[in-house]
Design a binder for this molecule. Structure first.
Ligand code: GTP
Ligand code: SPV
Ligand code: MN
Length: 591
């Protein structure tokens, strides 16, 4: 039975049902009773496996098809009416052509299946900044994940119905179809506020509230409405005086957002009374507040985090978040005690186990048990260091914005931009090695401006312009920084210990943001002197090593500047002149 009289919603659901032809339509009300019934059905069909009730209560394992394990950037489209509005970094097709092509694929795609209608809200639905959507899907896995990652159900419909424009919601359509790689499409239609996803059952391709809506569509909305949707974690650092200062940081996929968002400070900081609070681990919506500062909300309700590498040392808070009510995707199934395992969880791979494909697995043969992009879906509220502002409708005030990527060379451990305009330049020239989060080669350096290359829903040059314009409108703008935890030595090992020790760098960043820390000028921006980074209790890093991590190799940077020129060429006259000026300044500084 439909849960609303909202005509716009009813008409659209009816139209989608007529096309996809499901056997039944089920409206998801968000109740535990209904979710439980769906879990029961998914258990019966084998779509999910119930894990050890004592050790992992309320937890399930799901395996995707082997050809369907990551985002697919080459099959992701921004179908704006004009090709120019999608820009040179997005795939584009004429919307009418794309609709026609997809309609053929969706027609009858849900025959013999049930269609689920999920009303969802990004941020708490009662917030003035909430955005509403409906996702139609034929996957219970999607329903159960959306119930963790977003706020869903009746509560959302009531807020949509009571809103200024009850026809203003994002229309998300997902069908698994045949999980056919050749016909897999993840398509955003920004002007229609619509997302069509077909032939995948994997996370980011099908949890439409996440990258598809909260970044691609939302960045387009933010451009029109004067705010920003960014691929950023949000965290608060509480100092010994009890004051909490917030920052937001953009790193590409699988480059350390979840880890940084819930880091545990080193002993010397803990002893003094420092604490870190997690507001969000992946996406930030940023708006100018009435006080002239930039405020951030986390639109999501859960974490869809990378499993491999997560352990009690690297990220205890993430691991503890996943001990109940969590869905694990593509990890190892330990048959002895019906729990899960992944590379880097501990040094004891289970002897009696199935790998992520569901095959009998022997770790001794050298193969990976968990897929490198295997993930956990956990309610954010279960994180031991979740911020008490996590659901605050107004969000938190941001004092520093941080960009960062995986760079074996070139980028120093940390540097600060000279001002907002230079900070936008620093974000625009970000580059990072590719990871398993998207299909394709891993470890290739590519430009990924603001970590938004796969997620910007419009022309990237106009996106840069939007950043510059926002800077002019923010009376008290945050300072902008760049970090790199991933410089390597001759043997390819990471030099900086990372994880909890990143606190030492954040300490300098926050110090700079509040004019409490020193810096020196360099060709690329302000750098800390090695003495400005607190190394107490970190014996393995000498001042000498830290100096090397903070060094600027002019020859490498000149090469970098040439790469930036080439990259900027793509944007033609959409590239703001200010960024060309900044590049010229960088080149002059390096000469
Ligand atoms: P998405 O969820 O894809 O957006 O990824 P993410 O940016 O949240 O990355 P995440 O924190 O899950 O980390 C991804 C990988 O980077 C994991 O294998 C981590 O172990 C590793 N990693 C995270 N932080 C650090 C760090 O400070 N140093 C090093 N060397 N590795 C790190
Ligand atoms: C990412 O790739 O940045 C993720 C995973 O967070 S996904 O939801 O698949 O996009
Ligand atoms: Mn993450």
């Amino acid at each position: 039975m439909a849960l609303t009289n909202n005509k716009a919603v009813l008409d659209w659901v009816e139209e989608m049902a007529a096309m996809t032809q499901p056997d039944a339509v089920v409206w998801v009300d968000g109740s535990e009773a209904q979710l439980d019934e769906l879990r029961g059905q998914a258990l019966k069909s084998g779509e999910i496996i119930a894990l050890n009730e004592e050790k992992l209560p309320g937890c399930f394992l799901h395996r995707t098809a082997v050809n369907d394990v990551a985002r697919v950037e080459h099959r992701t489209f921004i179908c704006s009416r004009r090709e120019e509005d999608a820009g040179p970094t997005n795939n584009w097709m004429d919307p009418q052509e794309m609709y026609a092509k997809l309609k053929r694929l969706y027609t009858g795609a849900m025959k013999g299946r049930t269609m689920y209608v999920i009303p969802f809200s990004m941020t708490v639905p009662e917030s003035p900044f909430a955005k509403f959507g409906i996702e139609i899907t034929d996957s219970i896995y999607v329903v159960l994940n959306m119930a963790i990652m977003t706020r869903i159900g009746l509560r959302v419909l009531r807020c949509l119905d009571a809103s200024k424009d009850p026809s203003d919601f994002t229309k998300g359509l997902h069908a698994k179809a045949e999980i056919d790689e050749e016909n897999r499409y993840i398509v955003q239609f920004p002007e229609d506020n619509a997302i069509w996803s077909i032939n995948s059952g994997y996370g980011g391709n099908v949890l439409l509230g996440k990258k598809c809506f909260a970044l691609r569509i939302a960045s387009h909305l933010g451009h029109n409405e004067g705010w920003m949707a960014e691929h950023m974690l949000i965290l608060g650092i509480e100092n010994p005086q009890g004051e909490v200062r917030y920052l937001a940081a953009a790193f590409p996929s699988a480059c350390g957002k979840t880890n940084l968002a819930m880091l545990i400070p080193p002993e010397i900081y803990k002893k003094k009374g420092y604490k870190v609070w997690c507001v969000g681990d992946d996406i930030a919506w940023l708006r100018i507040g009435p006080d002239g500062r930039l405020w951030a909300v986390n639109p999501e309700a859960g974490f869809f985090g990378v499993a491999p590498g997560t352990n009690m040392k690297s990220n205890p808070n993430a691991l503890l978040s996943t001990q109940k009510n969590t869905i694990f995707t593509n990890v190892v199934h330990n048959l002895d005690d019906n729990t899960v395992w992944w590379e880097g969880l501990d040094k004891n791979p289970p002897a009696n186990a199935l790998n992520w494909k569901g095959e009998k697995w022997d770790s001794a043969d050298g193969s990976k048990g968990a897929h490198p992009n295997s993930r956990f879906t956990a309610p954010a509220g279960q994180c031991p260091c979740i911020s008490d502002k996590f659901e605050a409708p107004e969000g938190v005030p941001i004092s520093a914005l941080v960009f960062g990527g995986r760079r074996a060379k070139t980028a120093p451990l940390v540097y600060q931009s000279r001002d907002w305009q230079h900070g936008v330049f620093v974000g625009s020239i970000m580059a990072s090695e590719t990871t398993a989060a998207a299909s394709g080669a891993v470890g290739v350096v590519r430009r990924d401006p603001m970590a938004m290359l796969p997620f910007c829903g419009y022309h990237m040059g106009d996106y840069f312009r939007h950043w510059l314009e926002m800077g002019k409108r923010i009376p008290k703008p945050p300072k902008i920084f760049n970090v790199n935890w991933f410089r390597t030595d001759e043997d390819g090992g990471f030099i900086w210990p990372g994880f909890g020790d990143n606190m030492r760098v954040l300490d300098w960043i926050i110090g700079r943001a509040f004019d409490e820390a020193d810096a020196v000028e360099s060709p690329v921006g302000y750098l800390p002197k090695a003495e400005d980074i607190n190394l107490d209790g970190l014996d393995k890093i000498s001042l000498e090593t830290l100096r090397s991590l903070l060094s600027i190799d002019k020859e490498l940077w000149r090469e970098e500047a040439r790469g930036i020129h080439e990259f900027y060429e793509k944007f033609g006259d959409h590239l703001p002149r200010e960024l060309r000026d900044e590049l010229a300044k960088l080149e002059a500084n390096l000469a």
